[in-house]
Design a binder for this molecule. Structure first.
Ligand code: S3P
Length: 432
């Protein structure tokens, strides 16, 4: 599938975006191993989270969806998962694979985890290394990529793990394995990463200690089923926010968005570029802060993006690159080595896409320098990466001519209804 984007005049709008992907995955996994029923509202009904739901069903958990974004999970308890009849296919989802590796490392049965072409080329040593230290046995391909063959029947021991890369997926994998380990499992991170696992564990009654230096939990605690309300995904909200900022005079209110500080780097970086963004009606859904985000068309300017904000905005760089390309002056990005191992090599994919739209980009090993300019029309490749596709679609709304974006099927992994959502602002994004 391809998108055809026609330059569009945006208008004022009030919109919502689908539920948070990270929180939806965690709700399924933790609800599955909880004692009792968990009810999830505002669930992200996208391909990535549906792959996790299917995996949990294959592990013997009853999961019903009485409505598109409502999920009921009949928890089987910490020791209640059953051996699956076949390999678990996790599609495009790195979160599903890495978190499940942790959850499944301490089971009495073995499992094999696979994915699509993109996921099967992503690095898994980052979770295999700490899990092996805990006593797990996990085989990968010789280059450390999936499939993951996880052995069963091994006793896990608690470790203290100092993560070499800032990754919430690795932190979460170790904490989930820690539920099955004897003793105190703790993780420290080189930079702050999203803390949804810690918050959700607490809301399911598991005691987790967080200090400036580490997150710690005692093994053997069984989560208890609860009600989880999932906020809108700030990573998805970023795209309509970007289109609004680039527009002539639009004013958009994105309602009910998760604004956990460990995710808000994008707001800080946009504001540093001169964006007019304010948070209204700030409140909580359980342990997660939520707000309505008001964004107004803004004159963006380039500058040096603080590498200290990278882990707080890790998924938003495709959109931030588009903002930089539309800004006045030059923007310097660094500290982005992790972008090379996301759903695509996002540094290369965005440099290619922006160049094809007439923007000068100089790529470095861990970043890029982007010269602000005007987008010509043209044809670009999404490299089958949902966020690259959506970011380039937003560039198309202010381009001089139509933009054709190739290979956009994976937009459904994180943002089902993307086209309809941005149509609500007046953006003309069609299937070509
Ligand atoms: C996620 C963590 C991030 C992010 C991914 C979702 C999560 O990955 O890129 O989209 O839900 O924990 P890393 O933790 O590997 O950076």
């Amino acid at each position: 599938m391809d998108f055809l984007v026609t330059p569009s005049r945006l208008h004022d709008a009030v919109i919502t975006v689908p539920g948070d992907k990270s929180i939806s995955h965690r709700a399924l996994m933790l609800g599955a191993v909880a004692r009792g029923r968990t009810e999830v509202r505002g669930f992200l009904n996208g391909d990535d989270c549906l792959a996790t739901a299917d995996a949990m069903r294959a592990l013997g958990v009853e999961i019903r969806m009485p409505a598109a974004t409502d999920v009921v999970i009949e928890g089987v308890g910490l020791r209640g998962l059953q051996p699956p009849k076949s390999d678990l296919d996790l599609g495009n989802s790195g979160t599903a694979m890495r978190l499940l590796a942790g959850l499944l490392a301490g089971q009495r049965f073995g499992t094999t985890l696979r994915g699509d072409e993109s996921l099967n080329s992503r690095p898994m040593a980052r979770v295999v290394t700490p899990l092996t230290r805990m006593g797990a046995a996990i085989e990968t391909d010789c280059d450390g990529t999936p499939p993951l063959q996880i052995a069963g029947g091994l006793a896990l021991r608690a470790i203290h793990y100092e993560m070499p890369v800032a990754s919430a997926q690795v932190k979460s994998a170790v904490l989930l394995a820690g539920l099955y380990a004897t003793g105190d499992t703790s993780v420290s991170e080189p930079a702050v990463t999203r803390d949804h696992t810690e918050r959700m564990l607490r809301s399911l009654g598991v005691s987790v200690a967080s200090s400036a230096s580490a997150v710690t939990l005692v093994g053997g605690q069984e989560p208890r089923g609860t009600v989880i309300e999932v906020p809108g995904d700030l990573s998805s909200a970023t795209f309509p926010m970007l289109a609004t900022l680039l527009s002539q005079d639009a004013d958009t209110l994105v309602k009910n968005v998760g604004v956990n500080l460990t995710r808000c780097g994008v707001i800080d970086i946009f504001r540093g570029m001169g964006a007019d963004i304010s948070l209204e009606n700030t409140r909580r859904y359980g342990d997660e802060p939520v707000a309505d985000i008001r964004v107004r068309a803004s004159r963006l300017r380039g500058g040096v993006v603080d590498p200290g904000l990278v882990s707080l905005a890790i998924d938003e760089f495709p959109a931030l690159f588009v903002a930089a390309a539309a800004a006045e002056g030059t923007t310097h990005f660094s500290g982005l080595a992790e972008l090379r191992v996301k759903e695509s090599d996002r540094l290369a994919a965005m440099a290619d896409g922006l160049r094809r739209l007439g923007i000068a980009v100089e790529e470095t090993a861990d970043g890029a320098t982007v010269e602000g300019g005007r987008f010509t029309g043209g044809e670009v490749n999404s490299y089958h990466d949902h966020r690259v596709a959506m970011a380039l679609a937003m560039a198309g709304t202010i381009a001089d001519d139509e933009v054709l974006i190739r290979g956009v099927d994976n937009v459904a992994t994180s943002f089902p209804g993307f086209r309809e959502c941005v149509a609500g602002l007046g953006a003309d994004v069609r299937l070509a």
